[in-house]
Design a protein around this ligand. Sequence first.
Ligand SMILES: Cc1cc2nc3c(=O)[nH]c(=O)nc-3n(C[C@H](O)[C@H](O)[C@H](O)COP(=O)(O)OP(=O)(O)OC[C@H]3O[C@@H](n4cnc5c(N)ncnc54)[C@H](O)[C@@H]3O)c2cc1C
Ligand code: SF4
Length: 538
Amino acid sequence: MDHSKRFDYDYIIIGSGFGGSVSALRLSEKGYKVLVLEKGKRLEAQDFPRSNWQLKRWLWMPIMKFHGLFKLTFFRHVATLSGVGVGGGSLVYANTLPIPKKSFFTADTWAHLADWEQELKPFYPQALKMLGTNRNPRLETGDLALQTLARQIGKEEHFEATNVAVFFGEPNQTVPDPYFGGEGPERSGCNFCGGCMTGCRYGAKNTLDKNYLYFAEKLGATIQPESEVYEVSPLEGKDGAEGYRVRWKRSTRFFKQKGEFTARGVVFSGGVLGTVKLLLKLKRSSLPNLSDKVGYGVRTNSESLIGVTTFDKNTVFSDGVAIGSILHTDEYSHLEPVRYSAGSGFWRLLMSPLAYGGNVFIRLARFLGDIIRHPVLNLRAAFIDDWAKRTQILLFMRTINTTLRFSRGLLGMKSAIVKGEHPTAFIPEAKELAEKYSKIVKGKPFVLITETIAGIPTTAHILGGCVMGKDREEGVIDKDNRVFGYRNMYICDGSTISANPGVNPSLSITALAERAMSKISPKETAAAKLESVEAGGM
Ligand SMILES: Cc1cc2nc3c(=O)[nH]c(=O)nc-3n(C[C@H](O)[C@H](O)[C@H](O)COP(=O)(O)OP(=O)(O)OC[C@H]3O[C@@H](n4cnc5c(N)ncnc54)[C@H](O)[C@@H]3O)c2cc1C
Ligand code: SF4
């Protein structure tokens, strides 16, 4: 009996970021009929904004009818940056794909479940290849300043160009697919415009729609954009053994069109902000067997983002790929210079002088003190000719395990501090490095005003919330990404990351999703097993 006939699809995947795209391709390869439901739009090169002043094209804010690719979400204890659209975070990300250090694999939050370094060994190279990763060939002004800093602190051998998912052919020249033996889409050579985080308008960035999703569609997977999933419920039984009903609504219309599909299995891949929010809601309604750990273990890379604005009119930071180099400042910490393309100066509206302190009064006093001591510099920075050209954002990350909890709140999801360390906006090493960097480039450091006033750290790498465990008392999923309490239900995205990688996480999310999908039997084998169970054979 063909069990798939009872369902619209074999698997429905919710979200098309890194975890969702891997799942879509690998399940399609295994012969399953796959549907991907994605909240955001399908955006092509010409849809991306010329600069981040084109708010309607840049931001995802449906209430304002802004249907772009970048979402900013504020919680009480963290501000998050994320991507929305077919390809998820790959549309806005800075293409950088480092492999984490050993401490990630051996962290006690998940080391008891598997030898992760060994387990993931085959999947990192596979992910690097699929994502089209190469070494950045050009160090630019901001990278060279980082190299000078590395020399000053005696760490020059720990400075290197980044591995990035960008095609470096002849600038702006289009060629047939250079990655998959001609089977993939054509690419154009990177012109080092610095615009990767507002969407590549030149077809040089290897976003997920150019690799995993491209091949998934070629194999028959359906991708339905502008469709936000709001309900998943088991059909008949309580544990999903009889399949699921998945309900969605149009995310880009005020008067929402709605629909539903059935499937034998479901993969949640909405990223932390999508998956955790949805599961927190469903635990109270259609999926009560979910572990009580949903929302626990939310972590960041313990990042600090500091913008250094130079007053030297000859210095241009905006040329190059978004992140061209990395300095491993010690065994646990890393520093990367991040750039926007010339003209992308939106963030200048939210900048304030760097002012550290344990409470808002100390920070405000230091903030005002800085304005009084350096009125001219602060004014010059506020009205600098081109913020992106003159500002180098410094991204400091470290492996320290700091966690938060997300739970249901009046407006969706809220954050809370749990026992142990939590993410902080104030990392003395980051401040010290930013001050040294500022001297090198004749500039001044600034941070987001949310950090100065409310002490809220900002992260582009929100992780966890559906962590792994040996059972449902310890985690939401097992070590193979299967959801405790339900059959044929998986989570594959950043919410499953159960330790702090200390570096940009997309490669690890991809590798873990590859591993999880490698454990699923091909459709024929799965069907044969099911029939044998039904016939009492197993
Ligand atoms: C500006 C910026 C720069 C970054 N740079 C880097 C970098 O250089 N290197 C790196 O490794 N990482 C980087 N990141 C982080 C990276 O983008 C994320 O870690 C990664 O995208 C997370 O992958 P994911 O699989 O968890 O889901 P995501 O990529 O976040 O995708 C989830 C998708 O699911 C969709 N979705 C959510 N809920 C629903 C729902 N209910 N129904 C339907 N669809 C839904 C969302 O619209 C989204 O498209 C950056 C992030 C930002 C914001
Ligand atoms: S630097 Fe410009 S051309 Fe190159 S990948 Fe980034 S956005 Fe595309």
